[in-house]
Write a protein that binds this ligand. Structure first.
Ligand code: GLN
Length: 392
């Protein structure tokens, strides 16, 4: 038999989330690996899906998305960020942010173009840059605060840089980029004529009165930023795959040329329902952040109580902890040990790093599960000191 798989997939492995989900199933462990929210989808949104189906909104949506959702997205951008977005020409509705990022890289990157990316990064960024023919250039967010060094950022830009990917609030570190950090990024993007692609899927999950600043709102950035976000994290419906890309009409035209022949459109009734959610009062969005802040505080305290040193993220629903000195050779082994011996699964972060060895001492715990499950995880983790002692 010939080898069917295309060479472009050489070296690709199942994602770390698949791997850790399998581990969780095998040991019946509390899964703090994949960041999958377990809050119910708000009832008004569920009802809106049913209404949309009953009303016959079941056929192909336009490539750029249903008008009702684009109008709601423009109103949401005006309400939260003071942006004026043309819903007809400046928005594409996508199948989640993963598809939006894929579409962006395939629409704007030529083979050999450099794409700046912060490490650690969400796992799909690097393979997608490479599949599009781009050359990743990495700027490290340094532990323990997980911020970049301004000089290193400046040195990473070059005349070959075509785009940069910025994820804020950031997965997996929880860093929320400050206005002054974004100002430097904006200055460099303009100096080197670079397209900014932002992943803001945790935009409403920000804690302690921090605020999320949208890069596109900084002076001079609107015309060179594609803002990606989605409904999955804000309305607890990651399986609906509704995301979007907001940015200048010229960029939207390119996305449309690509997407008309790839995914074509996103699911129609869900678009109607998310349009309703985006018009929820401010209190919904505040309540969401408050709920996740309680979950964060609970898990960070529980991890600290068993001797770990988790970071306290300003946003997202992840916390990182260094596992040096706990007896496991690396994060991957630690996750396996934890699953097998205690029944809790985090994720190792090596695949979130360009130089995988840089991430091999860190593991990420997600705190998006409900209190009862976090409590069960905490009870199981309470045996960690005993386990580490035994392994020494
Ligand atoms: N974005 C989520 C995370 O980082 C979910 C990833 C996944 O399960 N594919 O955990």
């Amino acid at each position: 038999m010939r080898h069917w798989t295309a060479e472009r997939l050489d070296g690709q492995k199942p994602s770390v989330f698949d791997e850790m989900n399998a581990l969780a199933r095998r040991y019946n462990a509390v899964n703090l690996g994949s960041g999958t929210p377990d809050m119910p989808v708000p009832e008004l949104i569920q009802a809106a899906v049913e209404r949309a189906v009953a009303a016959g909104h079941n056929q192909y949506a336009p490539v750029q998305g249903e008008a009702v959702l684009r109008a709601a997205l423009a109103a949401h951008a005006a309400r939260f960020y003071g942006q004026e977005i043309d819903p007809n020409s400046e928005i594409s509705v996508t199948n989640g942010v993963t598809e939006a990022l894929h579409a962006a890289l395939f629409s704007f990157i030529n083979p050999g173009d450099e794409v700046l990316v912060f490490e650690p990064f969400y796992d799909c960024y690097l393979p997608t840059i490479r599949l599009a023919g781009g050359v990743p250039v990495v700027v490290t967010l340094h532990a323990p605060a997980f911020r970049f060094d301004p000089q290193e950022l400046r040195e990473a830009f070059s005349p070959r840089t075509k785009a940069m990917i910025l994820n804020t609030p950031h997965n997996p570190t929880g860093t929320v980029f400050s206005r002054s950090e974004l100002a430097l990024i904006a200055e460099l993007c303009q100096e080197f004529d670079v397209l900014a692609i932002t992943d803001e899927v945790y935009e409403h999950i920000v804690f302690d009165c921090e605020s999320h600043v949208r890069l596109a709102t900084l002076p001079g950035m609107l015309e060179r930023t594609l803002t990606l976000s989605g409904a999955g994290k804000t309305f607890s419906c990651t399986g609906w795959r509704i995301g979007w890309a907001i940015g200048p009409a010229a960029l939207q035209d390119a996305l449309r040329m690509l997407r008309q022949f790839t995914v074509f459109a996103a699911a129609t009734p869900f678009q109607f329902a998310i349009a309703a959610g985006l018009r929820f009062p401010d209190s919904y969005f505040r309540q969401l952040a408050a709920e996740y802040q309680q979950r964060r505080d609970f898990l960070v305290d529980a991890l600290s109580a068993c001797g770990l040193k988790p970071n306290k993220p300003a946003g997202s629903f992840f916390t990182l902890t260094d596992i040096s000195g706990l007896g496991s050779a690396n994060g991957r082994e630690f996750c396996n040990d934890l699953a097998r011996n205690l029944g809790v699964v985090p994720v190792p972060t090596d695949t979130f790093y360009f130089h995988q060895s840089h991430g091999e001492r860190l593991v990420r715990f997600a705190f998006c599960l409900r209190r009862a499950l976090l409590e069960s995880a905490a009870r199981r983790l309470a045996n960690l000191p005993i386990l580490c002692e035994a392994e020494r």
